[in-house]
Design a protein around this ligand. Structure first.
Ligand code: 5GP
Ligand code: MN
Length: 320
C-alpha cells in the first residue's frame, strides 16, 4: 500500500518543475524539518526544479533551515505537497485550491480528503519518518544536512523514541538514514533541547501551581501577565506540556495559555491513557489520541473543557 503511494508521489515530484511544500500553522520541529528536508533533497536530486518550503517562519526553529517566501506566481502549473496536516483549514500560507496537483503526506488521524494523492500513515511516528521512508525508497538523493533535520523531526515528535508510535519501522528507517549519511546524531540533541534558564524557572512555576483532580487530570491556566513575568511566549509555554509526562497522580494534563496577540487561549493536552482528541475536536482543535491541541475563543470555554477532560479521565479509570 505505502510502496504504491511512494511510487506515485515520486512520479509526480519528477514530473513537476515547480513544487511548493507546506505544513500546518503553528509549526513544530516535525513540520519544519519535514518540509525543509524534503525541499533540499528534491533540489539535490533535480537541481533545475524550483522547490519552495513555505509558511510563517518560527525564529525558534531557525536551526532547521530557511523557509521561502510564497508568491502568487508559485500557484502556476505547480505541485503542492502538504506535510503533517490532515485538514485544509490548518495549512499555513497557501490556498490549496489554486494548485494544479495536490499531495498529502501525514501521520495524523484522518480528518478530510482534499488531495489527489493522500498518503496517510497513522502508524508513522512523525511526518519526518514518512519523508525518510519516501527518500530511502525512491531515487531521491539524501544529503547529510537533510538527514540531520529529518532525524531531529523524528526525535521531536517521538520525544526521543519514547512515545507509543515509535515502532521497529521507526528504528529501521533511522538506522538506515544514519548508516547512509553518517550523521553525528548525538550532537544534534543540543539544538533541540537547549533552552534558557527562564524557561526552566517557568516550568517550576507550572509544577508549583498545577491543579490535579481526583480523576487524574492536571491543569493550569497561564495568564498573559504570568507569561510576561517569566518572559515566555504562549507557544513555548504550550511546548512544556511534554515535560509533565509520567507523574503518578496525572493520566491526562492540559496547559492553557492566554495568547493576547491572537486574542484567544491555546491549549496543549497530553495523555497516557484516556483518548483526548475527540474532546479536543469539540473545542476547535484536534490531534492524536494522546496528544492534542485546542484554541479557545473565550475564557468561559476553558472550564467546560477541563470538566470534559476530567470526565474522560473518570471513565478511563472506571474501565481499568
Ligand atoms: P501541540 O500541543 O503540540 O500544539 O499539538 C499536539 C497535536 O495536536 C499535534 O499533532 C497538532 O497537530 C494537534 N493540534 C494542535 N493544535 C491544534 C488545533 O488547533 N487544531 C487541530 N485540529 N489540531 C491541533
Ligand atoms: Mn507531526
Amino acid at each position: 500500500m505505502s510502496r504504491n503511494k511512494i511510487k506515485k508521489i515520486y512520479k509526480k515530484i519528477k514530473q513537476y518543475d515547480t513544487i511548493v511544500i507546506a505544513r500546518h500553522v503553528g509549526p513544530d520541529p516535525d513540520a519544519i524539518s519535514s518540509q525543509v528536508g524534503l525541499r533540499d533533497v528534491i533540489l539535490n536530486t533535480f537541481p533545475n526544479k524550483k522547490v519552495y518550503a513555505v509558511g510563517c517562519p518560527a525564529s525558534k526553529f531557525k536551526y532547521l533551515g530557511q523557509l521561502d517566501k510564497f508568491k502568487d506566481e508559485m500557484y502556476e502549473n505547480s505541485l503542492l505537497i502538504v506535510l503533517d496536516v490532515p485538514d485544509k483549514a490548518r495549512i499555513d500560507g497557501v490556498n490549496p485550491d489554486l494548485f494544479e496537483y495536490l499531495i498529502k503526506i501525514d501521520h495524523h488521524p484522518y480528518v478530510e480528503e482534499f488531495c489527489d494523492i493522500e498518503w496517510i500513515d497513522e502508524t508513522s511516528s512523525s511526518a519526518a519518518q514518512m519523508v525518510i521512508e519516501l527518500i530511502l525508497n525512491t531515487k531521491l538523493k539524501i544529503t547529510k544536512e537533510a538527514a540531520e533535520k529529518l532525524f531531529i523531526g523524528v526525535v521531536a515528535d517521538t520525544n526521543r523514541f519514547l512515545f507509543y508510535y515509535t515502532t521497529p519501522k521507526t528504528f529501521d528507517l533511522i538506522s538506515n538514514l544514519i548508516k547512509k549519511t553518517n550523521i553525528d546524531f548525538t550532537n544534534l540533541y543540543e539544538e533541540l533541547y537547549l533552552r534558557p534558564l527562564k524557561e526552566v524557572k517557568f516550568q517550576g512555576y507550572i509544577t508549583n501551581n498545577l491543579k490535579v483532580t481526583e480523576n487524574g487530570l492536571g491543569y493550569i491556566m497561564l495568564s498573559d501577565e504570568i507569561l510576561k513575568e517569566y518572559g515566555v511566549d504562549p507557544a513555548s509555554a504550550g511546548n512544556m506540556v511534554n515535560n509533565f509526562n509520567y507523574i503518578e497522580e496525572m493520566i491526562t494534563w492540559i496547559i492553557l495559555s492566554e495568547d493576547k496577540n491572537n486574542n484567544n487561549i491555546r491549549g496543549s493536552i497530553r495523555s497516557r491513557g484516556p483518548v483526548i482528541n475527540e474532546v479536543a475536536a469539540n473545542y476547535n482543535g484536534g490531534g492524536h489520541i494522546y496528544a492534542s491541541g485546542v484554541r479557545l475563543a473565550k475564557d468561559e470555554n476553558s472550564e467546560k473543557l477541563i470538566k470534559e477532560l476530567d470526565q474522560v479521565c473518570l471513565e478511563y479509570k472506571q474501565k481499568q
